[in-house]
Design a protein around this ligand. Structure first.
Ligand SMILES: Cc1cc2nc3c(=O)[nH]c(=O)nc-3n(C[C@H](O)[C@H](O)[C@H](O)COP(=O)(O)O)c2cc1C
Ligand code: SF4
Ligand code: SF4
Length: 259
């Protein structure tokens, strides 16, 4: 069984879950498991795989734009390939898996299992840093991932390949204003020059190339390109980036993602 795990991760939670999935599959069954971030993979020969596992963070009740753009630009596969899709979210994933499954279906990727995992809140950790829940994964996440992987493998092996689109969730109606605001407004990210050590990590690692280096060595923010994944803020070694003009962030999520 050859399985491709493909994900995008803004700050690191989705990558962590993707790595746990790969680890779990490699340890429990005799599978070949390739793991790629959508940001780094150049050309993948999709049809050499028996199945996919595809993960996205939830941004305003929807998959990340990076994931959307990647699959939009993919031509439909020449054969149907089953997939387990998952998202990482802080509070509510709304219709994220539904939107992703619909998009994948157009490319001949058939969702046979979907899941959402509660992970640290890359937005909440900055806005409400006193809420402990925003810094941790859901309880027993490793066990849940293990059970999900086993179930997925069993479905593949017994050929129970019933594709479906996850049902419409009414929570998305309540979340509609948040989604609308999120899609219309990109928050400005402020540079606190007195803290910045000009390391260039924000420039190098932004998935949307929204930071440029200026002659002075300081990074310059281009709001029009930003998706608000907050990787630059969480990964700044000097806590020099913030959503506030007046103060730097209190606590950051400590994952490192290098492109
Ligand atoms: C701009 C933004 C919007 C978000 N919107 C939602 C949301 O609508 N629902 C939710 O449950 N989590 C939301 N989150 C939290 C992320 O889904 C969660 O932190 C996820 O684990 C991030 O994955 P990553 O670390 O791989 O980037 C949002 C995070 C950001 C940065
Ligand atoms: S990552 Fe932080 S310290 Fe490094 S250049 Fe960017 S803002 Fe400055
Ligand atoms: S500039 Fe925007 S898109 Fe780039 S890393 Fe920062 S928050 Fe993410």
């Amino acid at each position: 069984m050859k399985i491709l795990v493909l994900y995008f991760s803004g700050v690191g939670s989705t990558r962590k879950v993707a790595e746990l999935i790969q680890d779990c599959l490699l340890h429990t069954k005799n599978c070949i498991v390739d793991l790629y971030s959508i940001e780094n993979c150049v050309a993948i020969n999709f049809i050499t795989y028996d199945a996919f596992i595809i993960g996205t963070p939830v941004y305003h009740g929807a998959p990340s734009n990076i994931v959307n753009n990647y699959f939009n630009s993919l031509p439909p596969l020449s054969k149907k390939i089953p997939a387990f899709i998952f998202n990482t979210r802080a509070l509510c994933s709304c219709n994220t898996n539904r939107l992703l499954a619909k998009q994948l279906l157009r490319k001949n990727i058939i969702t046979i299992k979907d899941r959402d995992y509660r992970t640290p809140a890359s937005d909440g950790a900055l806005i409400l840093p006193f809420i402990k829940r925003f810094f941790c994964y859901e309880k027993n996440i490793y066990t849940k991932i293990h059970l999900d992987c086993m179930d997925f493998l069993e479905r593949l092996q017994t050929k129970r390949l019933y594709g479906y689109v996850p049902r419409f969730r009414f929570s998305s109606v309540i979340n509609a204003p948040n989604k609308f605001m999120g899609q219309m407004i990109t928050f400005k990210i402020f540079l606190h020059q007195d803290k910045c050590v000009k390391c260039g990590r924000c420039i190098k690692n932004c998935p949307h190339y929204a930071w440029e280096r200026t002659k002075s060595g300081y990074p310059l923010f281009n709001r029009a390109k930003c998706e608000n994944c907050y990787r630059c803020i969480h990964h700044c070694p000097a806590k020099a980036l913030s959503l506030s003009k007046y103060s730097t962030p209190q606590k950051l999520l400590s994952f490192i993602i290098e492109k």
